[in-house]
Design a binder for this molecule. Sequence first.
Ligand code: BGC
Length: 781
Amino acid sequence: MVKKTKKPIYPFEDWTIRETEFSIETNYRNETIFAQANGYMGMRGNFEEGYSGPDGTSLKGTYINGFYEIHDIIYPEGGYGFAKTGQTMLNVADSKIIELYVGEEKFDLLKGKIHFYERVLDMKKGCVERKIKWESPSGKIVNVKIKRIVSLQRQHLAVISFSVEPINFTGNIKFVSAIDGDVRNITESEDVRVGSNLKGRVLETVERGANDFEGWISQKTQKSNLSYTCAMKNELIGTEKYEVLNNVKEDRVEVAVAFKAEKNRVYILNKFISYYTSKDCDKSETMKLALEEVRRAQEDGFCKIEKEQEEFLQSFWEDADVVIEGDKALQQGIRFNMFHLLQSVGRDGKTNIAAKGLTGEGYEGHYFWDSDIYILPFFLYTKPEIAKALIMYRYNLLDAARNRAKELGHKGALYPWRTIDGPECSAYFPAGTAQYHINADIVYALKRYVEATNDLDFLYDYGCEIVFETARFWEDLGAYIPLKGNKFCINTVTGPDEYTALVDNNAYTNYMAKMNLEYAYDIANKMKKEVPEKYQKVASKLNLKDEEIASWKRAADNMYLPYSEELDIIPQDDSFLYKERITVDEIPEDQFPLLLHWHYLNIYRYQICKQPDVLLLMFLQREKFTIEQLKKNFDYYEPITTHDSSLSPAIFSILANEIGYTDKAYKYFMMTARMDLDDYNDNVKDGIHAAAMAGSWSAVVNGFGGMRVYTDELHFTPRLPEGWKMLSFNVKYKGRKINVKLTHEESVFTLLEGEPIEIFYFDRRVLIKSGENILKGYEEK
Ligand code: BGC
């Protein structure tokens, strides 16, 4: 079933998202849409001047990627090996605050009268600008313009430029620029997609101060032993005559600037903000570094930072932009998605990309397999250095993964289903730890990275350890089962579909584990031959023996790969086909998402899926299956897939495209491309859906662009939708940058960087030489 598409919320514009009126009803949602981040920190689109709307219509949020508090996970009935300690990304001090007083009256959109309101996110400039013409209750009119930038170039920096112009009066104006440390996370225990279980205030203020135009506040967590400083520096432009007053409270520091403003003159308060945490430097240094950062920024000036931001984005779009001519809604949707992915991704090898980016508190700021399977490809083929950082993050977690495997009585390493810093944080093991496939997902991402970049140094110096330790884990987890013909079976696992849990021989898991084991075997042999010293080093570190490596091959060769002869499909697992089948059409619409309306036992009892499992496997290992197999499996699984996970529609779109289900391909793509912009699931207020956003890129490039990457080969079988005039995107692959431009008449592959390279166009091998290569159907011109 394909659900209906939603009505668009914002006008269709190529590079901008525009909100043309302010309303309490949409405020919460728009705080996510206009959230800004730079991979290190994120700020929701909260108003600088404050918001006096009713409870539940706003979430004040500022987040630092990977900065968290720990808490005990309380189980009424615990069990051995259950995850004990949760981690929650913290809402940190709010530094966005700039209150404006016109005489005695406070600028507040819920008071007085709004003559004009507009907020625009400009994705080329990386800036959100709000313009308001406001009349105070007593009749004073001001033009207000506020620009905010969270700097992509200087990741510890954000800047706000707040300008005011009296329109019908001359009189006193005051700005109060503040950092407020009295912050907490939202508490939500019923729906994990909303918030965390962390109760009350967590951060304790240990230092605060203000001096002239500067202010700072340092806070520490109670249990995770982390601390940070937030510093600000303000400057006033427009008059030399002003008064500065500092106000330092327990958890709040304020810099107030008062002056007499003349009618029709513009006055600007620029605010430079910085955050440094004890994860970035010694904890005694955070204040010094944060203050240095804001001072430097102020010296450089707002304009320079604005320009840098635009330059950064220019380079990003040069690599990553996708152009769709003929559908403005999709053009906007896909750019919005890519922009948010860039905003959300940790680029330092120590952080990753949270399920909701840095825009909200849903899923507690945790990183999932979303990063490795859904998000990584976007960066891999556009900004491979970011993909490398994401895998480096996984490498840095290896010790924690080793400990977890040990705790569960296994050899090797078991990566956490969800975490920030390494330990397993999933409190519900059937849809957490049991998703062992995370191990193979990480290896799959690494393998793709190595294939696409030839970065063998990374593989030999770091990646191989991940591959060996996970292979070791699989070999230990599975067993040769006599009644299954002595095949290597992996029992009691959960595959990607979370509506089926704790099953034997989940097809996805077995195929992916096989890939993991084979890759480990191949790399070990390759290293022995090509880099014997490096091999020796890692072998002695891991105590690797030849017999063990041979055992990986044996397990891979004998892996049990489920297949149903009766139905000629791949069963999701051993028991799936023996359950009652219920199609999505048979379930009343108000029951979705099922996870909020049915007990898991009922969900597990049916053949009903949250998201693709077998079909995802077929996409990831596409070369292993024929198109007929793909179609049969698609026809079988589509009617029973609810798409209750936002990760779902993109994969359906890609595969529908290949099978020739053009309408479905398009509808599924619409569900994913504008999922957050159209608030498809009515929950964008809780944060973006990062994996779905990346899925929409894949749906364009792998779906309509028909790109497949088989081992060491790039294939294209484009299928341009009828309504599109042109689709263009770039692919970085093995040191090349290729622009692919597709129209209904021809396909043009332009080699922008690197040496000529052979690709497959439809099934034909073609050499892409420098400059433009024009291909028509099967024919080269
Ligand atoms: C999905 C998972 C996903 C998680 C975080 C869940 O709803 O079923 O596959 O990892 O959301 O995005």
